[in-house]
Design a protein around this ligand. Structure first.
Ligand SMILES: [Zn+2]
Length: 87
């Protein structure tokens, strides 16, 4: 059992106590260490909303794609989503 993992940002192996908790992750920890998390936060504040806006627009596009796929899937199984929405 390994009590350490490699940070995917700085590439250094660090003990698990150096990682913040991420309940969404498989191992329950973030993929990058606390040091990198601090640096990321600092960079985020420095660059302002530029990257955030880019991320947002990409995220919206992704959501639309997912929704379109969902609509197709519903159609496939004979479920008319648009009829349901118009109700
Ligand atoms: Zn790191």
């Amino acid at each position: 059992m390994s009590k350490s993992k490699v940070c995917n940002t700085c590439g250094k192996r660090k003990s698990l106590s150096n990682y913040n908790v991420n309940t969404c992750a498989i191992d329950g920890l973030r993929t990058y260490c606390r040091t990198c998390a601090t640096l990321k936060m600092r960079n985020y504040r420095k660059t302002g909303n530029t990257t955030n806006n880019e991320f947002k627009s990409k995220g919206k596009k992704g959501l639309d794609t997912v929704f379109a796929q969902l609509k197709d899937a519903y159609k496939k199984y004979g479920y008319d989503l648009s009829k349901r929405l118009r109700k």
